[in-house]
Design a protein around this ligand. Structure first.
Ligand SMILES: Nc1ncnc2c1ncn2[C@@H]1O[C@H](COP(=O)(O)OP(=O)(O)OP(=O)(O)O)[C@@H](O)[C@H]1O
Ligand SMILES: [Mg+2]
Length: 220
């Protein structure tokens, strides 16, 4: 499903090129559940953003479903992102002006799902995350953990082929964290491909494979 060949990400400063990712080679098959671990600043979020087509590599090749993403323009990558990828962000990234209900609904609007179907799908998510009573609140009226749950609901509602999760449990207390991990486990069982970044050894173990990053390189 995903193939990265010798991918670099760097920023040019006045005198030198600073590498954030260097020589990343990675293959992930459809249906895999992969965990990415590594110290703060090692490039985990940058790698996930590139895989999720929210950021572009500086060099190297990226194939998604056998298509050469590195040759695509922004419009085309954005279309692939909306169609196939769900993303749980490290810092929620909810839309402040939209209610809980509307935030969860947004991926379905991009995908052109009809109104009636949208409302039943959102209702199911609200129910699953026990947020029915919160549906008309705005993100700032929720706790951090509740915002994260809305972020999870939004990421999975469109049943994406690929789910990317950047510390999905980072802001949750342990029982909420377990709850989210159990949801990921179930989605994986149902066939979704999942890549998560986590600092939590136990949660990393939910994946079948752990990739360790250090200083922008895969070390194991
Ligand atoms: N646009 C940018 N310009 C310059 N440096 C950047 C940019 N984006 C990220 N970096 C740097 O790249 C490195 C990797 O950042 P990244 O956010 O990928 O780390 P991370 O492994 O996700 O860390 P954390 O565990 O703290 O979330 C950091 O040193 C960061 O400062
Ligand atoms: Mg990060």
């Amino acid at each position: 499903m995903i193939k990265l060949i010798d991918v670099d990400k760097y920023v040019e400063s006045k005198y030198q090129r600073i590498f954030i990712l260097k020589g990343i080679g990675l293959e992930i098959n459809s249906g895999d559940f992969v965990s990415i671990m590594g110290p703060s600043g090692s490039g985990k979020s940058t790698l996930l953003n590139i895989i999720g087509m929210l950021d572009k590599q500086s060099a190297g090749e990226y194939y998604f479903l056998d298509e050469p993403v590195h040759k695509f323009n922004e419009r085309r990558t954005s279309k692939i992102h909306k169609e196939h990828i769900g993303f749980i962000f490290q810092a929620y990234h909810l839309i402040d002006e939209l209610t809980v209900y509307e935030n969860i609904e947004t991926p379905l609007l991009y995908r052109g799902v009809k109104r009636k179907e949208r409302s039943s799908m959102v209702a199911e998510m609200l129910d699953r995350f026990q947020m029915v009573a919160k549906k008309d609140l705005f993100p700032e009226q929720l706790s951090g953990g509740q915002q994260q749950l809305v972020g999870v609901a939004r990421a999975i509602i469109g049943k994406p082929k690929l789910l990317l999760a950047d510390e999905p449990t980072g802001n949750l207390h342990s029982s909420q964290g377990e709850e989210v991990m159990d949801i990921l486990k179930q989605l994986h069982k149902d066939g979704m491909t999942i890549i998560q970044v986590t600092h939590n050894e136990k949660f990393a173990g939910y994946g079948q494979r752990i990739i360790h990053l250090e200083d922008g390189r895969i070390v194991s």
